[in-house]
Design a protein around this ligand. Structure first.
Ligand code: TRP
Length: 327
């Protein structure tokens, strides 16, 4: 089984786009890959985040991922800061990557643009991400298109390290889902559902209350021609609903379109299907939240498993780069 690794920021409530675009694939990957999933709390420190908030969001993210189907029996789920080798390898890689490379990272350019004070951590963020990936000998890194450049950097850095110090690090590859649900904002169906840009009415959360799902889907923007047909260009709103319905029921948007003549019926069917799809996640979430101690134990187990691989890789890299091995 090939090794995959991905990471998620503990940024709070996951929305449907996160679930359908990423987490659901992570869950599916557990049985066909040796999968490592990391809650990247150290990366979250590059933002202005309240300490208590960071702590609770990290825990909540663990609950969400477990509820969404990540199973510690079948994957390694852990919190980044619990495995100290991330920071250790990151330093070795900071001494491998260049200022020029990091200056070209579009995420850094976007996040630092117009700011008069930019943290060093925001600049070196991609190097820490390289460490996340390279510590686990990951061959594939399932990410969204926005992370392609960071994974490309991990490749470059691994290749350079190996060239200079001998074969040490596995060279990873980004794995970006070609098809798969593109979940659009319900109010602005021409743009992706996004926690930072979308209005609450345009966004469906993974743990949304059923009544809210119904309300938001009913209010979703459609169009005036009144025909239920899948055509993302001409009919973005209706097509988004068809796509959601298809994902939730396991058909294709074109197939499901045939069963409805009125927008109202399409909306009811879509809302019902989403409620059913998300119900087990909400139920598991409640069970998990009732026993935080058990969740902490799962995270401790995950960290111990992660550390086995991480410490071996770090040891190899430290040795290769010339650090004196302690007796
Ligand atoms: N930077 C990623 C994001 O914002 C999160 C991340 C951190 C990550 N480390 C990773 C993703 C390692 C994949 C692999 O989404």
């Amino acid at each position: 089984m090939s090794r995959v690794l991905s990471g998620i920021q503990p940024s709070g409530d996951l929305h449907l786009g996160n679930y359908l675009g990423a987490i659901r694939n992570w869950a599916a990957d557990q049985d066909i890959h040796d999968a490592f999933y990391c809650i990247v709390d150290l990366h979250a420190l590059t933002l202005d985040i309240d300490p208590a908030e960071l702590r609770s969001r990290t825990f909540e993210t663990a609950l969400d991922l477990l509820a969404a189907g990540l199973d510690p029996q079948r994957c390694t789920l852990f919190v980044q800061s619990h495995v100290t080798e991330h920071v250790q390898l990151s330093w070795l890689l900071e001494c491998t990557a260049t200022m020029g490379e990091l200056s070209r990272m579009t995420q850094f350019k976007d996040k630092s643009a117009g700011k008069d004070s930019v943290r060093v951590g925001l600049f070196t963020y991609p190097v820490l991400q390289c460490a996340d990936i390279l510590l686990y000998d990951a061959e594939r890194v399932p990410v969204g298109d926005d992370q392609r450049q960071h994974v490309e950097l991990a490749r470059e850095v691994a290749i350079r390290f190996n060239y200079r110090f001998g074969d040490t690090l596995v060279v990873p590859e980004a794995s970006i889902p070609k098809v798969g649900a593109r979940v659009m904002d319900l109010q602005h169906p021409e743009r992706k559902m996004s926690k930072s840009i979308s209005s609450p009415l345009g966004t469906l959360l993974m743990l949304e209350e059923p009544e809210e799902i119904v309300r938001k889907v009913k209010k979703a923007v459609t169009d005036t021609d009144g025909e239920v047909r899948y055509d993302p260009e001409a009919k973005p709103g209706v097509s988004n609903l068809l796509e959601l319905l298809a994902v939730a029921t396991g058909g294709t948007p074109d197939q499901v379109a045939g069963s409805y003549e009125r927008y109202g019926d399409l909306k009811s069917a879509t809302a019902d299907a989403l409620v059913e799809m998300l119900r087990p996640i909400r139920e598991r979430r409640d069970v998990l939240a009732a026993d935080p101690g058990a969740v902490f134990r799962l995270l401790a187990l995950g960290a111990a498993k992660a550390r086995e691989t991480a410490s071996a890789t770090y040891g190899r890299a430290a040795e290769a780069i010339g650090l004196l091995t302690p007796e």
